[in-house]
Design a protein around this ligand. Sequence first.
Ligand code: HAX
Length: 425
Amino acid sequence: MASLKEKFGSGLPALRDDIRNLVKSHGDVVLSEATVAQAYGGMRGIKSMICDTSEVSPEKGLIIRGIPLLEITDKLPEEIFWLLVTGELPNAGELKGLQADLAARSGVPSYVWDVMRAMPKDAHPMAMISVGIMAMQNLSEFAKAYAAGVKKTEYWESTMEDVLNLVAKLPELAAGIYRIRFHDGKLIPHDKSMDWGGNMAKMLGLPDPDGNLADLMRLYLTLHSDHESGNVSAHVCHTVGSALSDFYYALSAGLNGLAGPLHGLANQECRAIVLEMIDKYGGAPTDEQLTEYCWDTLNGGKVIPGYGHAVLRVTDPRFTAQVAWGKERIPEDPVFKTVAKMFDLVPGILKEQGKAKNPWPNVDAASGSLVYHFGIKEFPFYTVLFSVSRALGVGAQLIYNRALGAPIERPKSVTTQFVKDFVKK
Ligand code: HAX
């Protein structure tokens, strides 16, 4: 039975040759051009990065290593991680080996809890997880190997150590933040006999008599893992990592981007508006009330969180998977019902407004309503759960990039004067 390191390492010579030959033979072929509007418009659509862990099709959504997301929603997040790194789903033995490896690497050092407890009472949980990760940077195997003069071709090995070590510790860090920030501060120990997602649920310390919260966590951690590499969290992690900053620095930086309301924080915002509506209208809103609320939001110059996307032009399959789960497990929940009603009405409203290029829901529209049902009522915590999952994707991307010797990222910027002179010519 191969370990993740053996599996990835065995395919690496062929992968390196393949890419070396591709660049050697076709290095001059133009993939994309950049217009003035794209340069000022967030670089939308410019093909200038490589990501082999996953791709996002505007019409189909997330495809992980060639497999459309909705075909693998029954998989554990550990299986998805193996798939992201190696390109194949693990067999039963490989999965067991990876789970045992993660369990062995779990255990957040006690000094991290001292740091977490020293943070202000109103610290945002996203700031806490970012600081918590930084507090563990001293554990970086890559930083140690680099200082000892490791060869460039071997960078990926200590990077994989960092990714595995940190991924193993993240559920415990996230749950600890939840306990410290919102509960009595008593930490619930990691259960080495349980899977990674099940542990995430267990360490939160909420009642879960039927195991539904554990199941939800497994799905949640699978769905949010990767979304190619141009999104803010992945792109930032890649850029920081390209300077050979280790995974602790790179992940913390990426998650600081996930903490923005136009990215991962949208899941916190979505739940807030749903509850605001329920509060305002004294229960699940009627169609008219929901429509009125959305128009007030838009007319107030705000966005409707959970809707729209920079790449997608259809309903996000990550949303579809969550709604299917909710319909099966909690169909009568009023918050979930309001989310479903929003899906019926918001796209029409956004189309009528005519601004958003994509009026359909994204990953963040439904996730909060599901976790809310199981007692995670503290919205600011939601993006922390997203973070635990996102570490799988950006970690896989960093391993891959280190293995291929990806150079430091350095696109060229130009001044507005340059653009003015250039367009005159
Ligand atoms: N509500 C209102 N207006 C919206 C909108 C929404 N949900 N989505 C887009 N628009 C507006 C934009 O603000 C923009 O307006 P201006 O011309 O006044 O600047 C216009 O429509 C065109 O934007 P776009 O090209 O369709 O969208 P972008 O690629 O610029 O932005 C966003 C993509 C996801 C940031 C955007 O759709 C948005 O703000 N959505 C709401 C926040 C959200 O759900 N974010 C999470 C996205 C998924 C994700 O990353 N999760 O982590």
